[in-house]
Design a protein. Structure first.
Length: 397
């Protein structure tokens, strides 16, 4: 396959999973492996997937067809079920070559066969439904977009601000022409600041449903969300969120790769996601008190005292359920990095998520990095002669 002329079979299959939602649960576990995919799918489902690829990604379809017809242990029936009607010349030629290979192996191939299983399958655009997610901001919020066909004409755009601590923070619904909705999505996925990435609508609904489950009783969800909840926060049982899709696709990660996340945190690219806890204010106040004593000590000694205060506060600040919320955020950020072609950073985020689901000692390096960013003003003043009384001791993202 010429890599310059196609997106690659794994990416093409991910797109097929987005378009063929009923088959997504069997497509994604194969991780782009054509043999494993054939074993996951039933005959009719395999024919549907192949037909979609022939229509939308013929280069990748050829790779799939070759794998399915060259392995004598695989049932080639799905290839024989797909008819040539409606296909491009390139796609039809791929099927004809496959049938020739099967005949040469002694497989009985019908001269002409209708396509009852998949003839009515449309292209991905026939069902107008797309979604996108922004990265998670320093406060811990992100925006989810769902765009679907409006029965009254045009498109309906749902915009939800999600926060694992605060639940559904804001919710809006807009109507627009399809063309305008598409342009809007293109713009938010190409902009430099707070860029969004495309995602499977079902996965986005699963994410919204999970965050909605965290809605604090003292902070009710926006009224509009209650009205549209059945459209934006209902997904099939067991449907993965985008972060869970990233984990399934990227596979095993090593704990050591999580050290990269500390660099991203200190660079201001991810986190610091402050805990909603009075202990944070108390920690800042204790560090600020270091300067108020009469005893003059060195900068290194002051920093050592501050480190002790931070170490003492970490277990309480990052106790459950906040540690699990951080883990989910890291996992969802892995999806953003993965879709932004930053696979190593995606793996690092998955390792960070594992750390926050483990014991306190494992999350300590990353939790410390986030806490130090939050306490930057007061920590930086450890090197000064005094602390300005008007300066807040905490960074408020």
């Amino acid at each position: 396959m010429n890599p310059a002329s196609g997106v690659g079979l794994p990416e093409a299959l991910e797109r097929a999973a987005t378009a063929l939602r009923a088959d997504a649960k069997d497509i994604r576990p194969a991780n782009g492996d054509p043999i494993q995919l054939r074993r996951q799918l039933g005959v009719e489902a395999a024919a549907r997937v192949l037909r979609w690829l022939l229509e939308n990604a013929p280069i990748e379809a050829e790779e799939l067809v070759e794998a399915w017809t060259e392995d004598s242990e695989l049932d080639p029936t799905p290839v024989l079920l797909v008819g040539e009607d409606g296909l491009s010349k390139v796609a039809a030629k791929i099927l004809r070559r496959a049938r020739h290979r099967l005949r040469s192996r002694g497989v009985k191939v019908p001269e002409k066969r209708p396509d009852p299983v998949v003839a009515t399958l449309g292209r991905a655009e026939s069902t107008f439904e797309v979604a996108a997610l922004t990265s998670i901001d320093p406060r811990g919020s992100r925006v989810a977009y769902l765009v679907e066909e409006n029965p009254a004409g045009g498109a309906r755009i749902f915009e939800a601000v999600l926060d694992e601590q605060r639940g559904i923070v804001a919710f809006e619904v807009y109507s627009a022409a399809r063309g305008k909705a598409r342009r809007f999505l293109r713009e938010i996925t190409r902009r430099d600041s707070h860029r969004a990435v495309e995602a499977d609508p079902t996965a986005v609904r699963a994410l919204i449903a999970r965050v909605a489950g965290y809605q604090p009783s003292k902070r009710p969800a926006p009224r509009g969300f209650a009205e549209w909840r059945s459209r934006v926060a209902v997904a099939p049982e067991g449907a993965p969120t985008p972060g869970e899709i990233a984990r399934e696709s990227l596979g095993t990660v090593t704990p050591a790769s999580g050290s990269r996340v500390a660099e991203l945190i200190r660079a201001g690219e991810i986190g610091p996601w402050p805990p909603d806890n009075r202990v944070l204010e108390t920690t800042a106040e204790k560090i600020a008190e270091i300067h108020k004593g009469d005893l003059v000590v060195s900068t290194s000694a002051r920093r050592e005292q501050a480190d002790g205060i931070i170490d003492e506060a970490l277990p309480e600040l990052y106790a459950e359920p906040f540690a699990s919320r951080c883990a989910e955020r890291f996992e969802e950020m892995a999806y953003v990095y993965w879709k932004s072609e930053r696979e190593e950073d995606a793996r690092a985020c998955l390792a960070a998520a594992d750390s926050f689901r483990a014991e306190v000692d494992e999350l300590r390096p990353l939790a410390r990095a986030m806490l130090e960013v939050l306490l930057t003003p007061v920590l930086s003043q450890l090197e000064d002669a005094a602390i300005g009384k008007e300066t807040s001791p905490i960074v408020h993202p």
